[in-house]
Design a protein. Structure first.
Length: 328
């Protein structure tokens, strides 16, 4: 047996740097979210750094970053610790900073050794979304408690976010009546919960090596391919009628569906091996009842978390109408 002290140590410094950069990027986004919440009557694009350096804006921006990072970290640690439990080699989480609406593209771990049993695959795939969802729930609830109703913002560069079913149900509890021409102004913590739900739902799509792909394969074995085969059409419909960004998912889902059916072991087939979920030794043995019930809970979590239109009014059909291309 090789001496553990002689094994190469993972380059944790890269994980640390990416984590720190993601904290910074989410904090900056948090400032931009907090400024209009603190000063709803201020201009949509305030001039200078002054409006962003007020103590309350800094506090709320920091809260957004902390809450979102906790949700993302819990999600990835759910995978990582479950891998450790089963002796599956995996890297520490890699966080992805980004100059987008959220301040991040999320995070991931890389599994570096085979997963041999169906229950291991299920547990590893399910642990992340379960952990992230459990923490997104209180973030959403606490954030909604401090959210408020205000006039609908209008003007160039303004947009409205879509609502997952869970947010719609929770909003009905916290806000009994919203006047015409008004909408809920989300507290930054509530927005962090919204992002947590979005990340959870995206990871639960039953394709490839996403969490949902692992869970679906563990539950249904080879029959899972029928679910994956419907993904391109589902994303296409979502892209046309709800949010054009789904068309990118449609392209990659179609590409995955094609390359996983290439028979010759070269080119695209080698790419398929890297994208496909790991095959388990007990593929034909049914998953136990307890995990099947947890699988149904995960389906419910997906239904509650999924946002068909993360940004409203940006479906392909709507964009074509706005562009005056004569689409009816």
């Amino acid at each position: 047996m090789a001496d553990a002290s002689n094994r190469p140590r993972p380059k944790a410094w890269l994980n640390g740097i990416l984590f720190a950069l993601t904290v910074v990027s989410t904090f900056i986004v948090g400032l931009f979210l907090s400024q209009p919440y603190v000063h709803p009557d201020s201009p949509a694009s305030p001039v200078g750094l002054g409006p962003f350096l007020e103590p309350r804006v800094l506090l709320l921006g920091g809260l957004y970053a902390v809450v979102l990072m906790v949700i993302l970290t819990a999600h990835e640690l759910g995978h990582y610790l479950t891998c450790r439990r089963y002796g599956v080699a995996a890297t520490l989480p890699y966080f992805l900073p980004a100059p987008n609406l959220f301040g991040t593209f999320g995070a991931f771990i890389k599994i570096k050794s085979p997963i041999h049993r169906k229950q291991e695959l299920f547990d590893i795939g399910a642990a992340g979304p379960l952990a992230g969802f459990v923490l997104a729930l209180p973030a959403l609830a606490v954030g909604l408690a401090f959210s408020k109703v205000g006039p609908v913002a209008a003007g160039e560069g303004m947009f409205s976010l879509g609502e997952p079913l869970l947010l719609k149900l929770a909003s009905a509890i916290f806000f009994k009546h919203i006047p015409a021409g008004a909408d809920i102004v989300l507290h930054p913590v509530a927005f962090a919960g919204w992002v947590g739900l979005l990340v959870t739902s995206l990871n639960l799509f039953p394709i490839g090596q996403l969490d949902g792909g692992h869970v679906a394969y563990a539950m249904f074995g080879r029959r899972k391919r029928y679910v994956s085969s419907a993904a391109p059409a589902a994303f296409l419909i979502l892209g046309v009628f709800f949010f054009s960004g789904w068309l990118v998912w449609a392209f990659f889902a179609l590409l995955f569906a094609i390359i996983t059916r290439v028979k010759k072991p070269r080119g695209l087939y080698l790419m398929a091996l890297r994208l496909r979920h790991p095959q388990v030794l007990d593929e034909d043995i049914p998953l136990d009842r307890k995990r099947m019930i947890v699988g149904l809970v995960i389906v419910l979590i997906f239904i509650l978390s999924f946002i068909p239109d993360p940004v409203k009014g940006y479906g392909l059909l709507g964009l074509l109408k706005q562009g005056g291309m004569g689409v009816k």
